[in-house]
Design a protein around this ligand. Structure first.
Ligand code: PTJ
Length: 246
């Protein structure tokens, strides 16, 4: 932690920056991840730095999709590995969905460092791309996956995603659940479910929803899935940004 005093009005925000800088220094987060985080901060500021009703609705739907999936997978990148490692491990345990490292900016060293970091936060097993198995329709490093993970998955949780992979997975008929502070991004618009909130708030809220819905019957979960409208939650978030909540 840097020398930011706890009394600083932007303490929480600065603490998150510290976590990402530490992630870069530890070889977990890409330097590009700092820029991506800055873009997220700007949207977070405009959204009032709180999850609104759009996020609550999408979080409930994400929980329902994960609980109803046959083969869910949680995809982890360098930013989420630094920001929410414990929550990702807890979500994996709560849903039975394996954690799979999948990064945009190619680095085998970073993949290994991320897996070790997740294990240090309680993960027993972390899937890594094998360098051979690839998803069609993606040109970036994100195409490389694990043959028992994303390759087989029907539902993939991909917080802080880039639009290319999201679009490719949707074209392959997969359901993509994402967390993205930008309701205008290609990922936000292409995903099955978009939680427009900061991943550091979204993950604890998602864990709560998984626990709440865990004992609901299939019909109740299917009802949540059927009634969910991603266009509507994105419009609500965009409206919040445009009006400042007035
Ligand atoms: O570790 P890698 O190599 O996979 O790289 C990860 C990043 C995030 C650098 C890479 O996926 C990337 O460049 O992503 P983009 O295309 O910049 O998109 C990231 C999206 O996440 C943007 O729409 C941001 O607004 C959003 N975002 C950034 N920080 C947060 C966030 N959304 C939720 N919570 C955040 N903390």
């Amino acid at each position: 932690m840097s020398d930011v005093p706890e009394s600083h009005p932007r303490y929480e925000s600065l603490r998150l920056r510290d976590r990402l800088v530490a992630g870069v220094e530890a070889g977990i987060t890409s330097a590009h991840g700092l820029i991506a985080h800055g873009r997220g901060e700007a949207y977070d500021y405009l959204l009032g730095e709180t999850g609104g009703p759009w996020a609550t609705t999408a979080t409930e739907a994400t929980a329902a999709w994960l609980l109803r999936a046959s083969h869910p997978v949680l995809s982890v990148n360098g930013n989420t590995a630094s920001l929410v490692p414990e929550d990702l491990v807890r979500l994996s345990t709560a849903t039975g969905a394996p954690l799979e490292v999948n990064i945009f900016h190619t680095s085998s060293d970073r993949e290994r460092a991320m897996a070790e970091h997740l294990k240090a936060h309680g993960a027993t097993d972390v899937l890594l791309p094998d360098g051979v198995t690839a998803i069609e329709g993606i040109d970036s490093n994100r195409r490389f996956v694990h043959s028992d993970g994303i390759l087989q998955a029907d539902v993939i949780f991909v917080p802080l995603e880039d639009g290319d992979r999201c679009g490719a997975l949707r074209r392959l008929g997969r359901d993509v659940l994402t967390v993205d502070l930008n309701p205008l991004s290609r990922t936000a618009r292409t995903a099955t479910v978009t939680i427009v909130d900061n991943v550091v708030r979204a993950l604890p809220a998602l864990l709560d929803q998984v626990e709440r819905l865990r004992d609901q019957g299939e019909a109740a979960l299917d009802g949540i899935i059927r009634d969910f409208d991603n266009t509507s939650v994105l419009a609500q978030a965009e409206q919040r940004i445009r009006t400042g909540g007035r």
